[in-house]
Design a protein around this ligand. Structure first.
Ligand code: AGP
Length: 610
């Protein structure tokens, strides 16, 4: 996801902009840049590659001035090159802008501008905006930005400056977050409040189609007709990710976040489990017991790892609450038109709360009049704010692009939600109390699961040169097999596929040979014997078998080539506990492969483009 940071005030802007971008770089990007203003001069500095490249460039070519805008770009249109990085400027180099989002009709707009003689210097959609604003500019930047954006189809979060209006920054949003920050030294604009921590004291979140105008000492928000609107000003502390986003003495954010999971699971449960009524409760669901009882179907929609968490949720809701669930990829769901009646609830799962496909699916559901809920980590994110109700993960900022603690917290929240729903239906207080007791013991079980790390390192060393890996599990653990495969793919670039363990007989087993390891999720449970049979089928074809199994399980050790032990937990908590060794396995293999674990190639932490 691209990042925007702007500042106008009484301090040099460049260091503030660079530090703000540094806090956003975990989201994934491939170039960075800034423009600052002094008097009536604009200073443009931008470089492909990591932020360090821009910092090196600035050391030689400083960007002076007390106001500026900056950007980290995750390429959509046009490669990751100096000329495609933001900011982009008009032909006269007196208007500059940075942009998050996608201009879907940029080709038509570009053609019109080129027909009018405009020469383009990049392959990006964003540059169209710079020329459009220039076309409408007659001394009022806010008005020119509004007129240009009125022609745009797509999504945007923009920050714009003009040479003729020193100290002014104009912002606007549609489908891509933008927040105004107010501090002692000036006013700020950013795509994420975390970039402003320590600088701004107050924040104002723009909503879609609003614009803002910032000066060194003042700010205002207007609607799309440029009428001033009153907005709520909040303390920034309420929106900063919990827990420190610093890496501590871990070599990577991802490993820190894997080891944080006992604490993040405790945070997810804190204050939500009620032993006296043997149920769970949530402050932000905005649905009472009566309304919950009337829910007769849930559609869960998400992307990536969150989709895998939703798949676990399907098993949980059906077993614990007897509520039918469908799980849909958000990118598919938003274009389908499934028959849904008024008692169907749509539940979006998202760590960032900004994933464009999930946001679009949520909005489509709201347009159809359905109750929408969200399970989300990022406080005040677009999805969190637009859903009718929801549950925050309280997992703290997840910096590693590969999601780990968010996955286990999502599954934990889904377990509590299933308990809550179940207790409004058929679950007895005794059954409810058993689930609560298991949940209370969960952080300690995860702490025990983390003790497999040394064993995982041995397994990683043995299989790090594999070119293909199968992940196999049944029931609750089939989604975890998918998640384990995704973890390995996205950080080590090794091809991996997850399947229901029985399904590999229907084709994928043809892939099995002595160079294709299969990771089996085979803790004790009601399908243990079936999975053991599947393991034998792989062994019979010479395929190496890595088993994630209940500690001390001799039956598994007799068959598998390598065993990674985990503590025994109830089956509905096995998805969380079995995820831990798979996260560690992907991490250790990626490290051995020399990959950039926290910022894998081609990936962004939050995909805000469709
Ligand atoms: C997970 O490791 C990936 N980074 C990716 O699949 C991610 O889960 C997906 O993009 C959804 O993101 P969200 O949870 O922020 O919506």
């Amino acid at each position: 996801m691209c990042g925007i940071v702007g500042f106008t005030g009484r301090r040099e802007a460049s260091p503030i902009l660079l530090e703000g971008l540094r806090r956003l770089e975990y989201r994934g990007y491939d170039s960075a840049g800034m423009v600052t203003g002094t008097g009536n001069e604009l200073h443009l500095r931008k470089k492909a590659g990591r932020l360090a490249e821009l910092a090196k460039h600035l050391a030689v070519h400083p960007a002076p001035g007390c106001h500026g805008i900056s950007h980290t770009r995750w390429a959509t249109h046009g490669g990751a090159t100096d000329r495609n990085s933001h900011p982009h400027m008009n032909a006269a180099n007196d208007i500059a802008l940075v942009h998050n989002g996608v201009i879907e009709n940029f080709a038509a707009l570009k053609q019109q501008l080129q027909s009018a003689g405009v020469l383009f210097r990049s392959d990006t959609d964003t540059e169209v905006l710079a020329h459009l604003i220039s076309h409408y500019y007659q001394g009022d930047l806010t008005a020119a930005v509004r007129q240009a954006l009125a022609l745009v189809k797509g999504t945007y979060g923009v920050a714009v400056m003009a040479k003729a209006e020193p100290g002014l920054i104009v912002g606007a949003r549609l489908g891509s977050p933008l927040v105004v920050g107010v501090g002692e030294d000036g006013t700020y604009l950013a795509s994420d409040a975390n970039a402003l921590a320590g600088y701004a004291d107050k924040v104002v979140y723009l909503t879609d189609r609003q614009l803002c105008a910032l000066t060194e000492t003042d700010w205002e928000v207007r609607d799309q007709d440029l009428s001033p609107v009153s907005v709520s000003v909040s303390d920034i502390a309420a929106f900063l990710g919990e827990g420190d986003a610093e890496r501590g003495d871990f070599p990577h954010y991802m490993l820190k976040e894997i080891y944080e999971q006992p604490e993040t699971l405790a945070n997810a449960m804190r204050g939500r489990l009620e032993s006296d009524s043997a149920t769970a409760h949530f402050g932000g669901l905005n649905l009472g017991a009566q309304q919950l009882r009337q829910i007769d179907r849930v559609i869960m929609t998400a992307c990536g790892t969150s989709y895998h968490a939703a798949m676990v949720g399907e098993y949980l809701f059906e077993e614990l609450a007897r509520v039918p669930v469908e799980v849909e990829y958000a990118s598919e769901f938003r274009y389908r038109n499934p028959p849904m009646d008024r008692s169907t609830v749509v539940l979006a799962l998202t760590q960032s709360g900004e994933t464009a496909d999930t946001l679009a699916a949520l909005r489509e559901s709201k347009r159809m009049g359905h109750t929408t809920l969200a399970i989300c980590n990022a406080v005040a994110s677009s999805i969190a704010r637009e859903a009718d109700g929801g549950v925050y993960l309280h997992a703290g900022p997840e910096i590693g692009v590969a999601s780990t603690k968010a996955f286990t917290s999502q599954v934990c929240v889904l377990t509590m939600l299933a308990l809550y729903l179940g207790r409004t239906r058929h679950l007895s207080s005794t059954q409810g109390q058993k689930i609560i007791d298991d949940l209370h013991a969960l952080p300690e079980m995860v702490r025990k699961a983390l003790e497999c790390h040394d064993r995982v390192k041995e397994v990683a060393a043995k299989y790090a040169d594999a070119k293909n890996v199968l992940y196999l599990g049944r029931q609750y653990l089939y989604p975890v097999a998918l998640e384990g495969a995704l973890k390995l793919k996205e950080i080590s670039y090794i091809h991996a596929e997850g399947y229901p363990a029985a399904e590999m007989k229907h084709g994928p087993i043809a892939l099995v040979d002595e160079n294709t390891p299969s990771v089996f999720l085979v803790p004790r449970g009601n399908v243990f014997d079936k999975v053991m049979s599947n393991m034998q089928e792989i062994k019979a074809r010479g395929g190496p078998v890595i088993a994630v199994a209940s500690e001390g399980d001799r039956e598994v050790s007799a068959v598998a080539d390598d065993v990674i032990p985990i503590p025994d937990v109830s089956e509905y908590l096995q998805p969380i506990v079995t995820a831990i060794p798979l996260q560690l396995l992907a991490y250790e293999i990626a490290v051995l492969c020399g990959c950039d674990v926290d910022k894998p190639r081609n990936l962004a932490k939050s995909v805000t483009v469709e």
